[in-house]
Ligand binder design. Structure first.
Ligand code: GTP
Ligand code: MG
Length: 345
């Protein structure tokens, strides 16, 4: 119901996988479909993240999603790089995420950073689904733009179906080697015990409705208790990166997973030497439809509520540490908040 929805925060979805397996293209497809559905204004570009509201998801998922089944506000996606040198960003994304999408190219199967991502998800006990991407590259594939995957698979020749199934069962086998019982998502009864595999094409959009539906279902069914937050409460988040921003000095790019952060709030941030206590000078978000991780075209916002990506400008952030906690002090005892941050480091 509406009262309940007001206190349910957006689940955070990390997108993980090997380099070039199609993570960013998949997010672009989700954003792009929203634009073509005339919902461009509904997509909010965050720092290092993309928010997609429920109304947009149900629009894109079409017949697969009945919005009245859901009371979560939407999903916040965090893209991560697949290059081997970015393993800290992947672990941070995995640790922050409520659920994850492991993107695997159906031609390549499991690769080193796929293995690494599976290990992170296992360690952090993050529920995940697999997007078996690039189904359109199976030789002889007949694309059906944006339709649910089973519908498109039925329309392929028997040879193409056999070829794709062989690759999908290869991925299911590799998941099994990592102790995950996996199956095609439409055969999974209980997503708590089994990993669902969703065949998709980030290029043609086939299977994207299915992916959105499964993610919403997963969040709704298993994450609801953890999504209950006091949206007015003092914010809590994690530093993704520490960066210079023109005109603002050293800033932190953060993901807020609880509560609210406001301009002029006192915050405590984990630092190299000791926790840093400082006052928020500005909260910055990219202007609508700007690209992820670009430094230009920020706008100041008076407050941000979880879950969200935000760039925080404040004095004394030079020693802030990527991966460290951020806490808003507001009406609490500063010493207690500092102790909390120290404990989490
Ligand atoms: P990193 O961020 O470097 O780890 O890569 P990524 O996983 O974000 O991959 P990206 O989305 O950049 O895609 C890599 C290449 O694969 C690009 O040339 C994409 O156009 C292509 N690609 C991604 N998804 C698909 C797909 O479903 N079908 C086809 N044919 N090509 C795809
Ligand atoms: Mg990418």
């Amino acid at each position: 119901d509406a009262d309940e929805a007001a206190t349910l925060r957006t689940p955070i979805v990390a997108v993980l996988g090997h380099v070039d397996h199609g993570k960013t293209t998949l997010l672009d497809k989700i954003r792009g479909s929203a634009v073509s559905e005339g919902e461009a204004g509904a997509i909010t570009q965050h720092i290092g993240a993309t928010a997609v509201p429920l109304s947009t998801i149900s629009e894109m998922a079409g017949e697969l999603v009945d919005p009245t089944d859901f009371d979560l506000p939407g999903l916040l996606y965090i893209d991560t790089p697949g290059h081997h040198s970015f393993s800290t960003l992947r672990s941070r994304g995995g640790a922050l995420a409520d659920i994850a999408v492991l993107v695997v190219d159906v031609n390549d199967g499991f690769q080193p950073q796929t293995e690494e991502a599976v290990d992170i998800l296992k360690r952090t006990q993050t529920p995940f689904i697999v997007a078996a991407n690039k189904v359109d590259t199976v030789p002889g594939w007949n694309p059906n733009e944006g339709v649910p995957i089973q519908e498109s698979m039925e329309q392929q020749s028997e040879r193409v179906q056999g070829d794709l199934n062989e690759r999908l069962y290869g991925i299911i086998g590799e998941l099994s080697d990592h102790d995950f019982a996996a199956d095609m998502y439409w055969r999974v009864q209980n997503f708590q015990n089994n990993v669902g595999v969703v065949p998709v094409s980030a290029m043609t959009g086939e299977g994207v409705p299915d992916l959105l539906t499964v993610l919403m279902g997963l969040s709704q069914r298993y994450m609801k208790d953890e999504m209950q937050i006091d949206v007015e409460g003092p914010g809590a988040g994690t530093v993704l990166e520490v960066k210079e921003a023109q005109g603002f000095g050293t800033t932190v790019d953060a993901v807020l997973y609880d509560g609210t952060i406001r301009e002029d709030d006192e915050i405590v941030v984990g630092g190299l030497e000791a926790p840093i206590t400082t006052d928020v000078r500005a909260l910055l978000q990219p202007k609508p439809l700007e690209e992820i991780r670009t430094d230009q075209a920020f706008e100041k916002v008076p407050e941000v509520s979880a879950a969200a990506g935000v760039k925080i400008a404040a004095p004394d952030l030079d020693d802030a540490m990527a991966g460290a906690p951020i806490r808003v002090v507001r009406n609490r005892d500063r010493g207690r908040v500092i102790a909390d941050v120290e404990e989490e480091l």
